[in-house]
Design a protein around this ligand. Structure first.
Ligand code: NOJ
Ligand code: CA
Length: 701
């Protein structure tokens, strides 16, 4: 996988002192990290081009039994090295990724206890982590508190959603000053969560920040393994502090004999467009274990027996006259998906355990992951789908009942592998804070957070075992992506934000989709499930009622739904609507059939957070390019400049756009399709209706 690798190694050893200062530079010298032990505190600050990124901020960790690694620091040694390597992911947004950084490792003592601070400075950001090696003087390695600070400034603004709240990552975004990150403000501005009082005020990561000095940041973490998720709690005057989700007994992280924290990452950019191009998170993760074969992992597109439950509400997951996952219907979906070149068909509601009240409190009838419902003949459907070159995308809704799932995991994976399944969508709906049931060693029930170490370890267990059975996983209600998809390529996609589903049973509003690329999507691919074509008059009041809910709309346009296949990266991408709705617009459906899911390059043509975004991506298998553009509720006209195209070729551009009369609310399904011959000198204007967008397929002549 790797092609080029070189290292320059330099080591400096310094004598102990109490007033240590050190500056570390990024490879291009533009970013500087200042480390100090003034006043016995270990601190860091960051600048880029003389502009402040992070002001003096404390570092340190407190362990169980009053082991306080937050003061009385001495620097024992300092090692630095330069690293530059290119690597070539198979499943990707970029053909080639440059991993270039200057690394510094500080060996530190805090009252005779040893720890290491590892820093990596890239040209587009900074990462650091703590390592506490096994040592006689420390008996227990449980983390009570990580005090890492990110000291920004009072006037910087953040795009955030609340941590320690009931619906995991499924929230709209608020945009406020850093000090205003609180449940109270979120309740005022976005959604009432004031009753959800068991957790503290904090924001989830990745957290996006526009600094008053013009810089854009994303604070997140990389390689979150056997630890707890970081959230960011406001401490006044623009300061944020790392707060970890605790176990039910209050301990944040439980480890046996040493500690390696995830990387704390700060992506730094001069513009919102630049922020979308960083590969720091992937660079901080490892290549897959060479002993494990992942050559079977593939990208793809899928349809699903899904929107008719969650969106149009004409079918049920559970046994009824309107049960969606029945043999006859599934065969019809397979026919349509196969005729149109898809790879998979998701089938939800195939197994025992579904009933009308199945959702959402983590209790209730547990699901079986091996027993099918009567009208679902797995063997027959497996044969039928393989004849048609479609793989059934399996579904495991756990309802957040982890032990029930883990007890059946291996049998469930075996069954799916036997039936030719290659992808499984898993789900963890449990809409109550700190409500993941765990039976402890004494047989008592404990309740854990969705984002704590217990769940981090659960997701890792699932992904590792899935690899044994050659299964790719798409998690809904997941833990956030911290780049582990590099190490575990079968972790193909995940939800982890408010996705299209909410436009089915409630609404995300027209502007949410303009927040996602600048926030959640910075962490990795998303199974947003785009491609709804019937944007109004689609939802029945209940299965069998025959009565349409006139108020239900998907706040989008058909052209915008197409653009999302370019805007939202997902190596396993869904066409979420029903065949009967696609059949009404087969010319527009052509774009979904053709659009790739694996890419060689990504270029951001324009962007403004929460307002507009245009992305061009190059197909990994051809010379073709795809462009997607979206706007919030405001109409816009962009001048598109095609200078990114290869100067040696001419191309045919097929343009799917809103018309002057299209409007997300009143007239969302009007679009036009036109063609143009273009080359790298071409420029033309394109109109985006209120709440609309456009998609262009650019095929080499
Ligand atoms: C929530 C998921 O996001 C959705 O896609 C799924 O259909 C339901 N849970 C049921 O599992
Ligand atoms: Ca969900």
């Amino acid at each position: 996988m790797k092609k080029l690798f070189y290292l320059i190694f330099t080591i400096f050893i310094f004598s102990c002192n109490n007033n240590y200062k050190k500056i570390i530079f990024s490879p291009d010298n533009k970013i500087q990290v200042f480390i100090s032990t003034k006043n016995n505190e270990l601190t860091y600050s960051i600048k880029k081009d003389e502009r402040s990124v992070i002001k003096t901020s404390k570092l340190g960790i407190v362990l169980k039994d009053n082991i306080d690694l937050t003061k009385k620091f001495k620097i024992i040694s300092f090692n630095s090295k330069t690293h530059s390597e290119k690597w070539y992911p198979k499943i990707r947004e970029f053909k080639e990724i440059l991993n270039e950084y200057n690394e510094a490792i500080l060996e530190i003592e805090s009252e005779n206890k040893k720890l290491f601070l590892e820093l990596r400075l890239f040209n587009d950001g900074v990462a650091f982590r703590y390592k506490i090696p096994n040592q006689k003087i420390i008996k227990k390695y449980d983390v009570i508190d990580e005090i890492t600070e990110f000291n920004l400034s009072e006037n910087d603004s953040a795009w955030w959603n609340p941590a320690f709240s009931y619906r995991r990552y499924e929230f709209l975004f608020a945009n406020t000053k850093i000090d205003d990150i609180s449940k109270k403000n979120y309740s005022k501005l976005v959604e009432d969560i004031s009753y959800d009082s068991i957790g503290i005020d904090a924001a989830q990561t990745p957290l996006t920040i526009k600094k008053n000095n013009g810089l854009f940041l994303s604070i997140h973490e990389a390689k979150l393994v056997d630890y707890s998720s970081m959230t960011l709690a406001p401490r006044g005057k623009g300061k944020l502090e790392c707060e970890l989700y605790p176990w039910s007994d209050g301990v944040k992280v439980k480890l046996k004999d040493k500690i390696t924290t995830p990387w704390r990452t700060i992506q730094i950019a001069n513009s919102s467009s630049e922020l979308l191009k960083s590969n720091i998170i992937l660079n901080l993760n490892d290549d897959p274990d060479e002993k494990i074969d992942y050559s079977w992992v593939n990208t793809g597109k899928y349809m699903g027996v899904w929107w008719e439950m969650i969106g149009t509400n004409e079918s049920t997951w559970w046994p009824s006259k309107y049960h969606g996952a029945n043999n006859k219907k599934i065969e019809k979906y397979i026919d349509f998906a196969s005729e149109n070149g898809f790879d998979g068909l998701l089938v939800e509601g195939w197994n025992e355990g579904w009933y009308p009240e199945w959702c959402c409190k983590g209790d209730g009838i547990p699901f079986s992951f091996t027993k099918s419902l009567n009208d679902f003949d797995f063997e027959k459907l497996s044969r039928y789908s393989s004849q048609k070159n479609i793989s059934i995308v399996g579904h495991h809704e756990t309802g957040g009942q982890i032990q029930n799932y883990e007890n059946q995991l291996e049998e469930a994976f075996k069954l799916y592998q036997m039936m030719g399944v290659k992808y499984i969508k898993t789900g963890y709906v449990n809409d109550v804070s700190k409500n993941i049931k765990r039976i402890d060693v004494n047989g008592n029930i404990q309740r854990e957070w969705h984002h704590g170490q217990y769940m981090i370890n659960h997701f890792k267990k699932v992904i590792s075992l899935a690899a044994k059975y050659q299964l790719c996983i798409i998690t809904h209600e997941p833990i956030k992506d911290t780049g582990l998809r590099r190490t575990y390529p079968n972790y193909i996609s995940r939800e982890g934000a408010k996705g299209q589903e909410f436009n089915g049973f409630s609404s995300n509003g027209v502007n949410h989709i303009l927040d996602l690329p600048f926030t959640r999507l910075l962490s990795g691919p998303m199974d947003y499930t785009p491609g709804i074509f019937q944007l109004n008059n689609f939802r029945y009041t209940q299965p069998g009622s025959g009565v349409i809910d006139k108020n239900a709309i998907v706040p989008s346009t058909i052209a915008k739904e197409l653009s999302l296949y370019v805007i939202i990266y997902s190596p396993m991408q869904m066409a979420a609507d029903l065949p009967k709705h696609y059949k009404k617009h087969m010319e527009a459906f052509e774009f979904i059939k053709n659009v790739p899911v694996n890419w060689d390059n990504k270029i951001i043509l324009n962007s403004k957070i929460s307002e507009y975004l245009t992305i061009a991506r190059k197909d990994s298998k051809s010379e073709n390019w795809y462009v997607g553009g979206i706007t919030n509720e405001r109409p816009r006209e962009f001048e598109l400049d095609f200078s990114f195209l290869d100067s040696n070729f001419e191309y045919i551009a097929k343009i799917y756009s809103d018309t002057k009369d299209t409007h997300w609310k009143n007239n969302p399904m009007e679009y036009e399709i036109s063609s143009k011959i273009i080359n790298n000198k071409s420029k033309f204007n394109i109109f985006l209706a209120p709440g609309g967008g456009f998609a262009i397929e650019i095929v080499k002549k």
